[in-house]
Design a protein around this ligand. Structure first.
Ligand SMILES: C[S@@+](CC[C@H](N)C(=O)[O-])C[C@H]1O[C@@H](n2cnc3c(N)ncnc32)[C@H](O)[C@@H]1O
Length: 492
């Protein structure tokens, strides 16, 4: 009983996202401590009961009425002692629980401090029509992609009058051009706009939309604005700029945006194979011209490699048994549709964890496959260096990531890029952090309100020591943005 109520209490004090490593460690610590105590105590009680029974039966053979009275007395005293012991045990249990509660509360505080929730007032993106606004406000399955943290992104590139004008801008991930169109509208001084996407559907849609924005007659864009949209991978940013105009490769561009992951159009199209919830082929290619599909990995990659990607890219604890089942499925013709894969995952996930449990596992497995199919992590890391090289002096690179693996790469690569000095890995990030108030930047006397803490280096300044996350209202309206993290670096 004590254990059950302690367990309930522990879960009630766990932070909402208990799957994070800090909370997971707290859970592990708690259960190691508490469940070991519980099992050992059970064992001791059972052993004592056995000994007691043995003594009682031996004593009955030589019993007198006095000894039987004594025995009754003994039993009573033993019962009292046992009750006392149980009360003490419960107290000890409660102490463990409150210690665990304190640890969990502390870890959730630490977690809160590790990011800065945006305090902007959420505004509906200007470019949405009435129907799209209603969809965003009232939910529903749509083909529309809502740009994540749009207000925050505009603020990063706005800057004026504190900052130089934005004359050139590259959107590495066009998608539905939500961010791009807002940037073009907000910057009449813009002279070069380049938009990239590997997905031909996104590229076509975005191109048409941007043409419309530029030619809608509102006169807010510069007459000499050069607009170029290309079906290209952002890893090729340098060759793209060289092709557009060598000058931009040499002098650099003023702003670059990467809004990683998939667009709603991609997720909502079952044929692309990205969705856990709808049946489609096991494809998952961002670029349909690429040769590797998710089903190739599942049906023909070496067993160890399948396990590795589930473990490393999905951070899935159950990777070993999933790996075994996936490879076993090959004997029956392999896996070819998302629903076959989801059914396999459901069959591997313990029933006790319910729908939430297998859904989480399926999401992690799909994430792992998507990362492997598109080689996302390696491309991201290489492209961050390339993008920074393409910035002008004072230019900014903003990256929105959607899971911890991506965010870790952005964070570490930014630190490496700016070169905080010291001996590389031994960088004491905390020590080199510049708290906004004490920051001395002659060119930037008046600070922008969204910047809280910076990290300064030889080559640049990280403007987001802690990543910015969406405001509560946006989180409520757009589920997709919940895990979004925005980090920004500026070239010196
Ligand atoms: C989240 S969406 C971008 C949404 C966009 N910011 C908007 O406001 O509509 C991400 C887009 O990046 C594209 N993408 C992903 N990886 C890419 C890469 N390596 N190079 C170019 N585009 C990529 C995807 O095809 C997808 O269309």
């Amino acid at each position: 009983m004590a254990s059950a109520s302690a367990t309930r209490l522990f879960f009630s004090i766990l932070p909402l996202h208990s799957s994070t490593s800090a909370s997971a460690a707290a859970v592990k610590l708690f259960f190691n401590k508490y469940s070991n105590n519980y099992n050992m105590n059970n064992l001791i009680i059972r052993r004592r009961a056995h000994t007691h029974h043995f003594r009682t039966t031996t004593s009955t053979t030589t019993a007198t009425s006095t000894s039987s009275k004594n025995e009754k007395k003994n039993i009573k005293t033993n019962k009292k002692k046992k009750k006392k012991k149980n009360r003490e045990k419960e107290k000890r249990g409660a102490a463990v629980v409150s210690a665990a509660a304190a640890a969990a509360a502390e870890s959730s505080l630490v977690k809160l401090k590790r990011r800065t929730r945006s305090n902007r007032v959420f505004e509906l993106p200007e470019h949405l029509n009435h129907q799209q606004r209603q969809l965003l406000l009232h939910g529903g399955n749509s083909d529309t992609h809502f740009p994540v943290m749009l207000g925050e992104v505009l603020e990063v590139f706005h800057g004026y009058p504190q900052r130089p004008l934005l004359r050139s801008f590259v959107d590495c991930t066009l998608g539905a051009a939500g961010h791009s169109s807002a940037i073009i509208r907000a910057h009449p001084e813009l002279q070069l706009y380049v938009g990239l996407d590997v997905d031909p559907v996104a590229h076509e849609k975005a191109k048409a939309y941007i043409d419309n924005v530029v030619n809608d007659g509102s006169g807010s864009t510069a007459s000499d604005l050069k607009v170029i949209t290309l079906l290209k991978n952002f890893k090729d940013i340098k060759s793209v700029l060289a092709e557009v105009d060598e000058k931009f490769l040499i002098d650099g561009v003023d702003g670059i945006l990467m809004d990683l992951g998939m667009s709603s159009m991609q997720v909502n199209n079952a044929e692309r194979g990205f969705s856990v919830l709808s049946d489609g082929p096991l494809d998952m290619r961002m670029n349909p011209q690429a040769s590797l599909k998710a089903e190739d990995i599942l049906n023909s990659w070496p067993e160890d490699e399948v396990g590795r990607i589930l473990r490393d890219y999905g951070e899935e604890n159950n990777w070993r048994s999933l790996q075994t089942k996936i490879v076993k499925a090959r004997l029956k013709g392999g896996l070819h549709s998302t629903s076959e894969l989801v059914n396999l995952i459901r069959g591997t996930t313990p029933k006790s964890v319910g729908r939430q449990g297998w859904m989480k596992t399926a999401t992690r497995v799909f994430q792992a496959l998507r990362i492997a199919v598109n080689d996302e992590l390696k491309i991201l890391e290489d492209s961050l260096y390339a993008c920074f090289d393409c910035l002008s002096s004072g230019g900014r690179l903003a990256v929105i990531s959607f899971h911890s693996l991506e965010d870790r790469i952005v964070k570490q690569t930014f630190l490496d890029i700016i070169d905080v000095g010291g001996d590389g890995n031994g960088i004491d990030e905390e020590e080199r952090c510049i708290v906004k108030k004490g920051y001395e930047d002659k060119e930037n006397d008046e600070e922008e309100a969204w910047i809280k803490q910076k990290i300064g280096g030889r080559n640049g300044i990280i403007l987001t020591k802690r990543p910015i996350t969406p405001c509560e209202e946006e989180e409520t309206l757009n589920r997709r943005c919940r895990s979004a993290k925005l980090r920004v670096v500026q070239k010196v």
